[in-house]
Write a new protein. Structure first.
Length: 270
């Protein structure tokens, strides 16, 4: 088992994972987040860390010092910069575990850059919302040390599955799924809003239930709207990464970008 773990990014995922790893195995954990650099945003993070037994670091290099595994749990739009900056402080033998929703080409490029310096990179693709399953959420891993990392973290109660020794496949799996899931969410939100305006929700949802047996579309509309309202900014960033993947393939990214805009728009409505 890894003796020490670091988190670069101490938001929802970083806080949840670090707390549960501490609760289950008392793993030594250090963390850093940009919000720690501002007094007004640092206070809640400090309180959470103290309650979980997590040591907060002054910067990413300080958090990673002496760690066996460094989780990158930032935002999709910051993932590449954080990963590339890690080359300045990672040491041979440490594993940089990037579980952000970045495009396959982004992760492949970062992996190659770190590999050229003798550093280890493993990509991770989180395949479902983390709130309920926590560290038991399914995460696909890829890279030369993916199988090793998978075994080590699964021994701590995580649910990783190594899918490739080459970086890119895990991220592609995640983003292909995201195009479908987040696209459906955007469609349901627009349909539900139109139904409410015209007073036709009962008939529309009954028709959808008949067409897609086993689904409760009225319930899905409520759940997905609440989910997007809370996490729409992060989900929009993820869909822009999906659009980048499509562009790398030579495909039209306009639909994925429209879905990203819809998630961002819903998150702005309070």
């Amino acid at each position: 088992m890894p003796a020490k773990i670091a988190f670069i990014g101490y938001g929802e995922v970083g806080q949840l994972f670090s707390r549960q790893l501490r609760e289950g195995h008392r793993v030594a954990i250090r963390a850093y987040d940009l919000k720690l650099d501002k007094d007004e945003s640092a206070a809640p993070l400090i309180a959470t860390a103290q309650a979980s037994g997590v040591v907060l670091a002054k910067d990413a290099a300080d958090a990673a010092a002496g760690a066996d595994i460094i989780f990158s749990t930032v935002t999709a739009d910051a993932a590449e910069l954080v990963a590339r900056e890690s080359a300045a402080y990672l040491q041979p033998g440490q594993i940089f575990f990037d579980i952000n929703s970045a495009s396959p080409s982004t992760k492949t490029g970062v992996a190659q850059a770190l590999s050229e310096k003798g550093l280890d990179y493993v990509e991770g693709a989180v395949m479902a919302p983390v709130v309920e399953p926590g560290i038991e959420v399914e995460i696909l891993t890829g890279g030369p040390r993916a199988a090793e990392l998978t075994d080590r973290l699964n021994a701590l109660g995580m649910n990783l599955r190594a899918v490739a020794e080459k970086v890119g496949r895990a991220s592609a799996t995640k983003l292909c799924r995201s195009i479908m899931i987040k696209g459906i969410e955007a469609l349901i939100i627009d349909s539900a809003n139109a139904c409410a305006h015209w007073g036709v929700a009962e008939d529309v949802f009954a028709s959808l239930n008949a067409s897609f047996q086993g689904a409760d579309w009225a319930d899905l509309a409520k759940k997905m709207d609440a989910r997007v309202a809370k996490h729409g900014v992060r989900r929009a960033a993820e869909m822009r990464e999906a659009a980048a993947m499509l562009m790398d393939m030579g495909r039209d990214p306009s639909l994925a970008l429209a879905v990203a805009d819809r998630h961002a728009f819903r998150a702005q409505q309070k």
